[in-house]
Design a protein around this ligand. Structure first.
Ligand code: ADP
Ligand code: MG
Length: 297
């Protein structure tokens, strides 16, 4: 197990930032840590990186306890903090050299992380001259220097433009082939684009922990169809995977299916088999985003 979190609770004053949260992450997984602002994502990440101490519960990274084996935990983790604080006056290589000294790894690692993170064309510049996307690459490069088992990335794509976003997600997926990654975000689409699994927290509590595949399978879809004549709801109910049928006025029906498979062809064939004409047919899928808003309401 790369990360194990057991019953972690953290309170700031009166406020419970984390309330009895447990999860574990296997080696090699890319897990999205999803939740609205203030849900407790950064707090959990700071506990895992040993910057905060939990009030209660245990956590282990790479088999090391965050309380009793702090140094080994830090050696096991590459951490990209929220807002990625960088020294803007430093040159890219100078900044990485500074980190090499801190981590005590060979200087040759600098060139390899520069290449790995696609920084080569910008590597001669000052950090302050770089776009936000390239600054994130510098943060990632620094996090990779000591070749950690686990990467903890706190909102790595916040503030990036759409092109940079795509590039950084691609890079994270690439890095994720060799590392365990926990990345926080408040964007559902990001999880869909990058992660194998999602852990959702809301107001300090864990509300979902699911493989993306499972989530997709649990999707529902609503098909709105208008026929040229009335049809018995009972008949529509016999279509495969139907969970409910509602007549919404005239000859318009809203059919909810519990499947992710597109059911429009089945509805179309149903009309044909029953001598009905299909005047309109549309599919509204209940996607991950609506699930997220349901869970974090
Ligand atoms: P997220 O990263 O999901 O947006 P955070 O973990 O930053 O959420 O914050 C969770 C809650 O804990 C918030 O209500 C926040 O105000 C509070 N919090 C976080 N850090 C501190 C701190 N150092 N002192 C006081 N309150 C804090
Ligand atoms: Mg945060």
């Amino acid at each position: 197990m790369s990360i194990t979190v057991s019953n972690i609770t953290k309170t700031f004053g009166q406020q419970k930032a984390l309330d009895n949260v447990s999860f574990s992450i296997n080696k090699g997984e890319i897990v999205g840590f999803l939740g609205p602002n203030g849900a407790g994502k950064s707090t959990m990440m700071r506990i895992l990186t040993t910057y905060y101490k939990a009030d209660d519960g245990d956590a282990e990274v790479n088999g090391f306890d965050v309380l009793t084996a702090e140094t080994n935990v830090q050696k096991s983790i590459g951490y990209l903090p929220e807002h990625n604080p960088l020294y803007l006056e430093m040159y890219v290589k100078e900044y990485l050299a500074f980190n090499v000294d801190v981590y005590q790894v060979p200087k040759s690692k600098i060139d390899s992380v520069i290449e790995q993170t696609g920084l080569t064309p910008e590597a001669h510049k000052k950090i302050g001259q770089l776009s936000k996307g390239y600054r994130q690459r510098v943060g990632l490069a620094a996090a990779l220097l000591h070749d950690p088992e686990v990467l903890i990335l706190d909102e790595p794509t916040t503030g990036l433009d759409p092109n940079q976003l795509v590039e950084i997600r691609k890079l994270i997926r690439e890095i994720g082939k060799e590392k365990t990654i926990l990345l926080s975000t408040h964007i559902m689409k990001e999880v869909e684009a990058v992660c194998d699994r999602v852990i959702i927290i809301n107001k300090g509590k864990l509300v979902a922990d699911k493989k993306l595949e499972e989530l997709r399978e649990s999707e529902e879809q609503i098909i709105e169809v208008e026929f040229d004549y009335r049809v018995e709801e009972q008949l529509l109910n016999q279509l495969p995977n139907v969970s409910s049928v509602k007549n919404t006025g005239g000859f318009v029906y809203e059919i909810t299916f519990a499947t992710s498979k597109d059911m429009r062809p089945a509805v179309f064939d149903f009309a044909h088999d029953n001598q009905l004409k299909t005047l309109q047919l549309s599919r509204k899928s209940k996607n991950l985003e609506s699930l997220f808003s349901e869970l974090t309401h």
